[in-house]
Every structure is written in C-alpha cells, then in structure tokens.
Ligand binder design. Structure first.
Ligand code: SF4
Length: 408
C-alpha cells in the first residue's frame, strides 16, 4: 500500500492574520515564534535586564515581563533602554492583570516602551465596570499603536461567563459534560474579548489570542476548536506544565499535536524551574520541539544512539555531549560566521549496527567501536565514508573533523 503523503506530513499551517510585535511577525506567513517570560521582579531593573538578555541570547524572540504595580511600570522604560544599549532589540510584552488599565494610563512611557500588552479577560473582563477596564486597555493600545494578546487562562477564567454557560447547559435536553462547558467558556471568553476589542477600534492585525489550560487533552480540544472559529493569530502554551521531564513531555505532547495540525503561530513552554535554576530551559525546549518536528532550525542537531550491551565504554556519550556543548557555546558566533549552520546534523553512534546508516543520513557522523569486534570508527560526510579512525584519539579527531566541516 503506498504511503499517503497527507498522513505522513504535517497539515499546512493555518493562515492567520499576522501581527507585528515590535518587529517580530506573529502569524500570517511567519514561522512559529518562540517566546518566554521572566520570573524576576520587574521593578528590579538589573535582574530583569539580565534575565531578558539571557533569554534573548538563548533564542527567545519575544520576552514577556510582569507589570503588576507602579514600581514595575516605572521600571519598564529603563529596562528597554538598557536592553537597547546592549544591542538587544527583543520585543518586551507587558503582562497585565487587574490594574493594567491604570498602570498604562499613569505610565505612558511604559505603554510606549512595551511592544505588546497581554490582557487576561478573566480579571479585566465582561462585567460592568470591568468592561470599561478592558476597553481602557484597548484604547491605550490603539493610542500607542500596540498589539494585544488576549490571554485566557482556565485558572482565572471569567466566573460569570462560566456560570452563565453552565446554567444554559443544564437547561438543555442533553446537557454537555462540565468539562465540555469549561472548554467552551474558555473559547468564548477569548472570542468575545476579541470582538469587544475590535468593536472598540483595535484592528484585527493587532490581536493575538491564547486559551491556556494545564491538561493536555483539554488544551488540544480547546485550541482545535478555537482555531476553527477564528483567524486571529494564536499563541500556544500549556499553562502550569510543571517541573522537569513532566513539564517538557506534557508541553511537547500537547503542542506537538497542535503544531502538526497547523495550529499555533507562537509558542511558550512554561516550565517550573528548579529553585535558582536556569530560565533558558524553556527556550531550549521550545526550539527543540520546533526543530525536531521540522518546522524551524535553530541549532545543529546531534543524533546519538541510546547505547546498549554492545557499548563497552562511555566514549560515545562523552563525545556526543562534547559536540553538543561545543555547538551551544559557539552558536552565537557561528550564526554570524557560517550562515545556515543551524541546519547541520551530526550523528554520534555507539557501534556499526546502526552507526553507518544513521551517519549517512547526517551531514557528518561516526560509528564508534562498540565491542572489540570492530575496533575502528568509520566517519561519513555527506553520506560518503571519508575516514576510518582508530586508537585512543578517535574522539578528539572526530571532534576536530566536525569543526573543520562546519568551517568548510
Ligand atoms: Fe547498541 Fe550499536 Fe544500536 Fe547503539 S547503534 S544502540 S551501540 S546496537
């Protein structure tokens, strides 16, 4: 039976209305954008500048910062200025809740310095005076010519909307499940807010929507439905994904399926860092998700086998790690010096069982000696065997060959 190409390939990206976020296009024809968020106190200018710089250098194309009180709002223009002085043009997004309308009005320099405002309709929503607060923020966005992200989160869902939908549902002859009503409330909150923003005068190309939940199946269902019902640009993210491998697996499972279906214009992987842990992990995971799925290329990929009883030493793990670390360390410079280097693939394999095959698929690859049965290490470049390495210097020699290959 021939393979159906439709089943084998991702679905075409769903075309949305592109939004310019401080020079970075989100949606429309743009590739999926990687973004992240700081966890510093925004009022602490030094720490926030340092973390934004760290995230931007790791590859975050947009960085969101909390703007929760007057001190934070006052700090934003200084943060922007300091980043500009460092030569970092990464757009800053202000994360507003509750009093965003006041902060934007009282601190016009903050409103001007930000590239986008994130509003949560759950706390600046549809209720009487809150309606006014929402409209105030939208009017501010219009005045400063900024886009907004209407970011619904089930942890702060508009309770009045949810209650109304629950009541309407219970009056149905065949009511939906409570979970289905919750999903519908999230979607309606996003769509109603977008409609209200447009009625207020904000252009469609200034609106991005997100609808985050922390359950993988709910997230997939909500975003599938949302993307069917709007052509607004879509920000994907599994909220409260969690720590360590759990957060990475859950985010990748949920967003991987949606991306495969052509849904999502920008992603954030929300990982809970270890205390004092590196915040850039979420950028790395987002990039790796997009790259391993074939949507974007950020950094050369090192393929390595898991090893098995045929590997009698840790040589291949050490070599794979050395090359991976080398790549990470050198990428900022390599990107400038060797355009296209991010597309490079390297294979470091434990033995000749799968080594030559995998190495031929990579740009450059090696099969290290497994058990003593084959004490040599064939090296392949562009699918052709170019050398056979032997002896104690195999790792060092291959390492040098990789660097020379990149240079060439
Ligand atoms: Fe084991 Fe060789 Fe396969 Fe690696 S390539 S997992 S060492 S059989």
């Amino acid at each position: 039976t021939p393979i159906d190409p439709v089943l084998a390939d991702p679905l075409p990206r769903r075309r949305t209305v592109g939004v310019n976020v401080g020079g970075v296009l989100v949606g429309g024809p743009a590739p999926v954008v990687v973004q992240s968020m700081t966890n510093t106190d925004t009022a602490d200018v030094d720490s926030t500048v340092a973390q934004v710089a760290q995230l931007a250098r790791a590859g975050s194309e947009i960085v969101r910062i909390t703007v929760d009180r007057p001190e934070s709002a006052a700090a934003v223009p200084r943060i922007r200025e300091r980043l500009d002085r460092l030569g970092l043009s990464v757009p800053l997004v202000g994360d507003f809740h509750y009093i965003g309308h006041k902060l934007l009005a009282d601190y016009p320099d903050c409103a001007a310095a930000l590239a986008k405002y994130r509003i949560n309709p759950g706390n600046v929503g549809f209720k009487d005076k809150k309606d006014r607060q929402f409209v105030d923020i939208i009017e501010m966005a219009i005045r400063h010519d900024k886009p907004v992200r209407i970011g619904v989160n089930w942890g702060s869902l508009d309770q009045e909307l949810l209650t109304r939908l629950m009541d309407e549902n219970s009056a149905l002859a065949q009511p939906l499940s409570a979970r289905a009503v919750m999903r519908e409330s999230i979607i309606q909150s996003a769509l109603h807010s977008a409609a209200l923003a447009e009625e207020t005068g904000l252009a469609r190309e200034k609106i991005i929507l997100s609808a985050k939940v922390s359950n993988v199946q709910d997230l997939i269902a909500v975003y599938r439905d949302l993307s069917r019902r709007t052509d607004h640009a879509i920000h994907l993210g599994l909220t409260e994904a969690g720590m360590g491998s759990k957060g990475i697996v859950a985010s990748s499972a949920a967003m991987g399926i949606l991306l495969q279906e052509g849904i999502g214009d920008t992603i954030r992987v929300s990982l809970t860092p270890e205390p004092g842990g590196d915040r850039t992990k979420e950028v790395q995971v987002a990039q790796e998700l997009l790259q391993t799925m074939g949507f974007r290329q950020f950094i050369p990929i090192v393929a390595a086998c898991p090893g098995c009883g045929r590997t009698t030493s840790t040589l291949f793990q050490e070599l794979a790690e050395t090359i991976q670390n080398d790549i990470r360390r050198n990428m900022p410079e390599w990107r400038e010096r060797y355009p296209g280097v991010e597309a490079l693939s390297v294979a470091v394999m434990g033995c000749i069982v799968n080594g030559p095959g995998e190495s031929k698929h990579a740009d450059i690859g090696i099969s290290l000696p497994g058990t003593a049965e084959v004490p040599s290490a064939p090296v392949y470049m562009d699918g052709v065997k170019v050398a056979t390495l032997r002896g104690a210097g195999i790792a060092q020699e291959f390492h040098e060959m990789v660097l020379a290959y990149i240079e060439r």
